[in-house]
Design a protein. Structure first.
Length: 206
């Protein structure tokens, strides 16, 4: 029996057998592939989210201030049928408070009226009513003048326009007394606050 040089080789007793490393390599490759996929997914997500975000730089901030509340106003709407629009045509019918305008009396109209009333009492030979139209200072004179100048029947008329201004006026007389033609005047006084009154009168043939 021959042995190799140096003696016979000792057997490998007690050493573990060599392990197969093919499974470890496959596991490492799978882990690396998973890491690559995860990294690529993260990059894709960042790129997509970066497009949606506004560009970096100056950032504008919009501040909205609350608008003041206006007081609410309640408007009541009319109910029922709408009323017709009133006519703007002026009414020709005078109202109760509006009285028809009176034409102003001509100057001396009150004086002429008193003179006519006085002459009417002279024609009626009524000294009492004639004295009632006389002024205070002439109430005793008028009856005396009637007895002196007039004899019934008397028919006297007055003029239409008195002569004078402000206080004393003269109204002309004409007519007959006891058949005789006479002419004369009536003196009228207009002194406030006294009413218009007769101051005197006189007649003479003519």
């Amino acid at each position: 029996m021959s042995y190799p040089p140096g003696g016979p080789a000792a057997p490998n007793y007690g050493q573990p057998p060599r392990k197969n490393r093919a499974g470890l390599i496959i596991t490492l490759l799978v882990a690396l592939l998973i890491g690559v996929l995860i990294t690529g997914g993260v990059l894709v997500v960042r790129l997509v989210s970066g497009r949606e975000k506004p560009p970096t730089g100056r950032t504008s901030v919009v501040v909205r201030t609350p608008s003041p509340k206006l007081p609410s106003k309640t408007v009541s709407l009319p109910t029922g049928k709408p009323t017709t629009k009133p006519s703007t045509r002026p009414s020709t019918r005078p109202s109760a408070t509006q009285q028809p305008a009176r034409s102003p009396e001509p100057p001396g109209a009150g004086v002429t009226n008193v003179a006519r009333r006085f002459v009417a009492q002279l024609n009626a030979d009524n000294p009492t009513a004639a004295t009632a139209l006389a002024c205070r200072s002439a109430k005793q004179v008028i009856p005396f003048l009637m007895r002196q100048y007039l004899k019934p029947p008397t028919r006297l008329t007055t003029g239409t326009t008195p002569i004078g201004q402000q206080i004393t006026f003269v109204v002309q007389l004409s007519g007959t007394t006891k058949g005789a033609t006479v002419s004369g005047i009536v003196v009228i006084q207009q002194l406030a606050p006294e009413p218009i009154c007769v101051r005197a009168f006189s007649v003479s043939p003519g």
